[in-house]
Design a protein. Structure first.
Length: 380
């Protein structure tokens, strides 16, 4: 076991940090306030190779490992968690599945532009009545000649309003439960596909979250990824990797909280001294740093297992469960350290709290992660 990053991993981390500081930091708070999608930043992330980091170069990606990806999402989210999730969804939830299970033709058509950042992807599993209970899919896909006809509604779709390509899970055989779900690629502009409601959110407000609707939406049979009935496993395996991305997002937010707290504690004076000199503040900072280190170890372990081709189901769930928990805790402590200033928008920590909370909810709630972890321990 080694705790050293490779030169490439360090280079990626530094590049992501520089980009985040220079390009995202000046406008992150304003975009959050105005709920503005970061079009220019996403374009530049694509040019840097950050939208298809683990996709082989032959398919337009950067051909990097999961650890590099983790470090990049962490650095981007440290400054702008909205950008972090836009990037994470495209990498983990969209590019991954097409690269893993797509045909050569599907890779050329869909993966190449997605991985190069020329197109943006979204992942549509959740429905009004299928969130944690993901196999309870109501959206249907019926084979009609050489086409599938999709009907249904998906909600809470990150990137949904801006996506060129959406991976959609739909039921092809109701009688088979999870084994009757399949995955399809739907392209923007397909008749019968529409973006419905845009959500107004507590946090990650500059990423877009929408409902999408399919009404007799006809897509070519060749847009099905994998066999009929593979859709639920496709979603679960894809989400395993996605959870590493969200763990990284949470880690970035937590790190931002720690750094903001240290900065503030060293410049704020009370009772005749800097508040950093009070043990009450010192202990909070020590606890935050220790938890961030532990969460990073769990996340790096999951990423390393993925790079080694091993099962990550439980490790990724642990990484997300713990990292998201400590991100919320770190944000609460950061606000406490800032006192009244932590509660107002002049300082960034209130945004960190709003952004941190979603990491305990999307891509599997903390309760779902505990189901996944406990099942792996108790099933044998
Ligand atoms: N990798 C591969 N296969 C998996 C898997 C994984 N991580 N998780 C489940 N499966 C397989 C199971 O092995 C089972 O297949 P077999 O019958 O062939 O063994 C099948 O999928 C059904 O699994 P299971 O019975 O565990 O399904 P459940 O309906 O009980 O669901 C949970 C389990 C709750 C873990 C799942 O629905 C889940 O992760 N929900 C959260 C979904 C989510 O993250 N939503 C966010 C949307 S994206 S923002």
């Amino acid at each position: 076991m080694t705790f050293d990053f490779t030169e490439t991993q360090l280079m990626i981390r530094d590049t992501a940090r520089k980009f985040a500081e220079e390009e995202l930091a000046p406008s992150a708070a304003e975009r959050d306030e105005k709920e503005e999608f970061p079009y220019a930043a996403v374009k530049k992330l694509g040019e840097l190779g950050f939208m298809g980091m683990m996709v082989p170069e032959q398919y337009g990606g950067a051909g990097l490992d999961t650890i590099s990806y983790l470090l990049a999402v962490e650095e981007i989210s440290r400054v702008d968690a909205s950008c972090g999730v836009i990037m994470s969804v495209n990498n983990s939830l969209v590019c991954f599945g097409i690269n893993e299970w797509g045909t050569e033709e599907q890779k050329q058509r869909f993966l190449v532009p997605l991985a190069a950042g020329k197109k943006l992807g979204a992942f549509a599993l959740s429905e009004p009545e299928a969130g944690s209970d993901a196999s309870n899919q109501r959206t249907t896909a019926v084979l009609d000649g050489d086409c599938y006809v999709l009907n249904g509604t998906k909600n809470f779709i990150t990137n949904g309003a801006n996506a060129d390509v959406i991976l959609v899970m739909a039921t092809t055989d109701k009688t088979k439960g999870p084994k009757g779900i399949s995955t399809f690629v739907v392209e923007k502009g397909t008749p019968g596909f529409s973006v419905a409601k845009k959500e107004k959110k507590l946090g990650i407000r500059s990423s877009d979250t929408v409902s999408v609707a399919f009404q007799d939406c006809k897509i070519p049979r060749g847009n099905r990824i994998g066999e009929e009935g593979f859709g639920f496993k496709f979603a679960m395996k894809t989400l395993d990797g996605g959870r590493i991305g969200i763990a990284a997002q949470a880690l970035g937010i937590a790190q931002a909280c720690l750094e903001a707290s240290i900065r503030y504690a060293k410049q704020r004076r009370a009772f005749g001294q800097y508040i950093a000199e009070f043990q009450a503040i010192q202990f909070k900072i020590a606890d935050m740093a220790t938890k961030i280190d532990a969460a990073q170890m769990l996340s790096l372990k999951a990423a390393a297992l993925k790079d080694a081709g091993k099962s990550i189901t439980s490790a990724a769930a642990m990484a997300k469960l713990f990292s998201s928990k400590i991100a919320v805790e770190a944000a609460l402590e950061a606000i406490q350290i800032h006192g009244g200033y932590g509660y107002i928008k002049e300082y960034p920590v209130e945004r960190y709290l709003r952004d941190a909370k979603i990491t305990e909810i999307y891509e599997g709630t903390s309760e779902v992660q505990r189901i996944v972890i406990s099942r792996s321990l108790l099933s044998n």
